[in-house]
Design a binder for this molecule. Sequence first.
Ligand SMILES: [Zn+2]
Length: 531
Amino acid sequence: MSTATAPQGGAAAAAPQPAAIRVYNTLSKTKEPLEPIRPGQIGMYLCGPTVYAESHIGHMVGPVIFDTIKRFLRYSGYQVTWVVNITDVDDKLIAKSRERKIPMGQIAIEMTADYLANLRELGVNQIDHLPRATDHMGEIIEFIRTLIEKGFAYEVDGDVFFEVAKDPDYGQLSNRTLESMLGDGGEAAGKKRASGDFALWKSARPEEPAWASPWGPGRPGWHIECSAMSHAILGETFDIHGGGLDLMFPHHENERAQSGCCHGAPMVKYWMHNGLMRAGEKGKVGGKSDRQAESDDVAGKISRSRGAGGLSQLIRRHTGERIRFFLLRTHYRSTIVYGEEGLEESGAALAAFYRFFERFAEVTGQSFYDLPAPAHRAEGSFDPAGEGVLVEAAGLRDKFLAAMDDDFNTALAISTLFDLLRAANRHLDQQGLGIGADRETPAVRTLYRLAGVLRDLTSVLGLFRQPPPDQPGRQADQGLTDGLMELLISLRKEARAQKDFATGDRIRDRLAELGVLLLDKKEGTFWERKP
Ligand SMILES: [Zn+2]
């Protein structure tokens, strides 16, 4: 809270009060106050990708949301450990390995690299652990063994199943009755005690990758991987488990059953589910009609099978920043309507911010990107000292923080950024600030403050980490450099023509000190930056 609206408390406050963050918990279906299990510390787990093919934009929704949530939690004073798992053994990987005639491990390595490169482009850099299932086989097997010992799982001919009837809480998360969850039992129906039971361990078929286990060679089911890896890194009970709505059942329901039964303690305090993405423009992504997609987020979500591939191409066309901004403009629990139009709109919105950054640089001679970003919310707080535009900015900052406190409402938070931008541009216009303005005036100090608030809040969202490659300001800088180099080279040429070799050498040597090499060729003098 900025000092603009902070109550002037009489009692001396020893330590800053923790922010009143509220989180929508899928389990309770209400917003609950965020109260970590260990004060000040938060463990957070997000179900990651199965790395059998290149990622598409739908895979980026969870990572961008939880990267932003982690940034905001850190900013609010919490120490956060964030885990995203990599599923590198799975039916789809085995099928792909046969199709491409290369080992499963090689496909996993390639596709993990693709996934990580895309995360980097979108500014997702807050992940602390990226455990791979194949690196945790020991823990997975141990977990299954405990479940059998405690009577929650049973082995049949090298397969191990979890017996859902043994868990009285089964179905609570996804709010389903046992009858509605039964299904037909799938391939292994004949071996199961009940059709709703699910596989913890699958015996190996010929020529499938396999690991030794007490039940013979085989590989783990998908659900148990997440239970074992989250336990290995975050412990028996941790704070936040995230994932797309489509994972709530059966994946999260099963994770919860396995972990809860294995440890006799709840797995997770807050279950958070993000909305999915669906195609907003007919024929752009998939074959389903819009109405059908609207009626069923899960069916309408963007997936590989609906042809939404080519994320790296999309990034090249739109930039990672634009895609991140686009994803954050929708509240995380809502469906994101994906289409070129939305991305173009986000591009135009970002351009308005870039233009302000250029104006700021023109007036101050300083890059917006070099302004310090406060690490904690208290650091960004300031006294507007009754100045109109600063009072407005402080109020907008409070509004931004309140939106983020209220279940991470990035959509509302971003709308306050636009209000801030308008206020800052109005200030520039009204004060007639432009190139060559006197930098020591109060109006410029106010401009710094306004830009500082933008820097503070946008960095919470992971935006504007670096100048975009195609920013006009950058091109202008390059043009200026080229012009200055041309001038220096011609001055040196003139000096040498007049036998003033000392001046010629001084220009060459000074440039060399600055890391610029002059190359005298037959066709003339060229320059390059030293590597
Ligand atoms: Zn999972």
